[in-house]
Design a protein around this ligand. Structure first.
Ligand code: GDP
Length: 360
């Protein structure tokens, strides 16, 4: 049966004599309607703060269909004048440190101040693990049901660059929809922190109190990126250990050069579970925003980030052109083998392939 025959049959079956609607046909109808929604409709809906429209526009950003992508770009472009009015906060820490518990607690705290909060995530492994962070619907239950919150799991992608780009575009749409605080969660295990750092104004590293050397297991580079270190789980019998961790991190930070923001990072303790210390963290965040806006760092950093993304996009586009070229694909395979066999050297081969690409 052809596709159109199937469709006709579905349409016929979609209504019984009593007029009952076949759920599958209804779903297909809705999908089609969503797909046909105009750029203007999306933009209007987003600016009105319509969470469903926002969510559907993000689905277009995440789609691999060229028509969806071009629509997404038009929506972003039209929303640009309404973006930028937020504080973008990156939150990282090793799995189990309490990121989602913390985000839920902080999110509720933010909403209590009559503000709207969006929670996004960057997890480059999500295409493999089907979204290890924020993917689990049981997380952040309270927050996700609140009208002032918008929660979106990590986009899936083949590369961190692709995932990061989609998240950055999603930030812009969330801002246009009136979310004044954007929290971006990332797993503290690798490169994703650097990607998040390149799209946020403030970077928070969550830590757990532990025995022995507190700096173990966390890369120095990540500590250097942080604008605030928060020792979570400072409750129950962990309080002494949390105080000790706080002291050790404070000492470690003293050895680091002053940050470009001009603001020395602090080390605070909190308990996401018992809702302790979150107010101090929120106040510090707001103070940071005020101070860096005053000293010019806030705008300067955002401008630098825009340029960074411009160059990222050019770099990724060029790479794509190169690797998707059929001639290159064929030659590259042969030449890789020649390099592996020790017959050719990598630099020569790269030069030759690039020349071949440019002259084609
Ligand atoms: P994530 O993997 O970093 O997102 O961590 P989760 O938020 O899933 O938390 C991991 C575990 O730590 C869960 O069992 C939480 O209940 C617990 N947890 C999170 N925050 C706290 C806290 O402040 N105090 C205590 N005692 N446990 C916490």
């Amino acid at each position: 049966m052809s596709h159109s025959d199937k469709k006709n049959n579905n349409d016929k079956r979609s209504k019984s004599k009593l007029g009952a609607v076949n759920p599958r046909a209804a779903e297909q109808f809705l999908q089609k309607k969503k797909r046909n929604r105009s750029v203007e409709d999306f933009v209007k809906g987003i600016i009105r703060g319509n969470r469903m429209m926002l969510s559907q526009a993000i689905t277009l950003i995440e789609s691999t269909r060229p028509t969806d992508q071009s629509k997404a770009q038009k929506i972003i472009e039209a929303c640009l004048p309404h973006t930028g009015n937020s504080i973008r906060v990156g939150i990282t820490g090793i799995p189990g440190v309490g990121k989602s518990t913390f985000i839920e607690a902080l999110g509720k705290h933010i909403i209590a101040q009559k503000k709207k909060v969006a929670v996004l995530a960057i997890d480059p492994s999500s295409s493999v693990t089907k979204g290890s962070i924020l993917g689990d619907k049981t997380r952040m239950i309270d927050l996700s049901s609140n009208q002032s919150a918008f929660i979106r799991p990590s986009p899936a992608g083949t590369s961190l660059g692709g995932v990061a780009r989609k998240t950055r575009e999603t930030i812009l749409l969330c801002e246009a929809a009136g979310f004044e605080t954007i929290l971006v969660e990332t797993v503290g295990v690798g490169q994703s922190e650097t990607a998040v750092h390149s799209m946020v104004d403030f970077f928070l590293l969550l830590l757990v109190p532990g025995a022995g050397d507190e700096l173990q297991g966390i890369k120095r580079g990540i500590v250097e990126m942080a604008d605030l270190l928060a020792v979570n789980k400072a409750d129950g019998d962990r309080q002494t250990a949390a105080k000790r961790a706080q002291k050790e991190y404070r000492n470690a930070l003293h050895l680091m050069p002053l940050k470009n923001s001009g603001i020395q990072p602090k080390v605070l303790a909190c308990s996401a579970l018992e809702n302790k210390g979150l107010d101090d963290i929120w106040k510090l965040l707001l103070d940071f925003q005020i101070s860096t806006k005053k000293n010019g760092f806030f705008d300067k950093k955002r401008k630098e980030q825009s340029l960074f993304w411009l160059h990222e996009q050019i770099g990724n586009g060029l790479k794509d052109f190169f690797y998707k070229n059929e001639e290159i694909k064929k030659r590259l395979e042969e030449m890789e083998q020649e390099v592996l066999d020790g017959k050719r050297n990598s630099f020569d081969v790269a030069d030759e392939l690039l020349k071949m690409f440019l002259n084609k």
